[in-house]
Design a protein around this ligand. Sequence first.
Ligand SMILES: Cc1cc2nc3c(=O)[nH]c(=O)nc-3n(C[C@H](O)[C@H](O)[C@H](O)COP(=O)(O)O)c2cc1C
Length: 172
Amino acid sequence: MDLETAIRTRRTHKAFDAEPIDHATLLELFELARWAPNHHLTNPWRFRVLGPKTRAFLAGEAELDLRGSASKLQRAPTLIVASAKLDGDASEQRDDLLAAAIAAYIVLVGAHARGLAGYWRTVPLLDKPSVRAGLGVAADEQPIGLLHLGRPVQDQRVPARAAVAEIASFLD
Ligand SMILES: Cc1cc2nc3c(=O)[nH]c(=O)nc-3n(C[C@H](O)[C@H](O)[C@H](O)COP(=O)(O)O)c2cc1C
C-alpha cells in the first residue's frame, strides 16, 4: 500500500477478531514508530503491550472506576499503552508530547498498511496513580492513549473532513 493510500484509508476500528497481533509484527510497528520526527532527539515515545496479567489488572481498575469502561478493554486482542517521556523543560515537553503522538499514529497507520486495524482511545484511567504504578509508568511519563489493535471484522464509515480551504491559508 502506498503512503497516501494508507493515510487516506486508515480508519478507527473498534471491532476485531480474537487473534492477537504477533510479537514480530508489533516489533516492526515500534521500529517504524521510532522514525517519527523528534526535535530534541529524546526518543520520548514509549509503548507497553499489555499481557494477560496486565489486561486483567487494568480491567479490574476499570471496573472500580466510573471512567473505566471495562467492557471496551475486551474488544481488542492487542492493547498498547502509548506514552511520552517528558523530562525536559516546558518547551521540550511540548515537543516531546507531540513527537510521541506522531509515533503512536505511525503505529496505527503502519498496522493499517499491513491489513490490520486500530483505534486510539483516550483513557483517563491511565492517569490514576494506582494504574500508573501497576503499569510501571514513570513519574516523568505521560500516557497519551490506549491503542487497540487487531484484525478488522467490518468496514468503517468514512468521517467527513473539512475542506482544504477551511484549514489552510496562504499568507502574504
Ligand atoms: C488523540 C486521539 C484520541 C482519541 N480518543 C478516542 C476515544 O477516546 N474514543 C473514540 O471513540 N475515538 C477516539 N479517537 C479516534 C477518533 O474518534 C477518530 O480518529 C475520528 O472519529 C476520525 O475517524 P478515523 O480515525 O476513522 O478517521 C481518538 C483519536 C485521537 C487522535
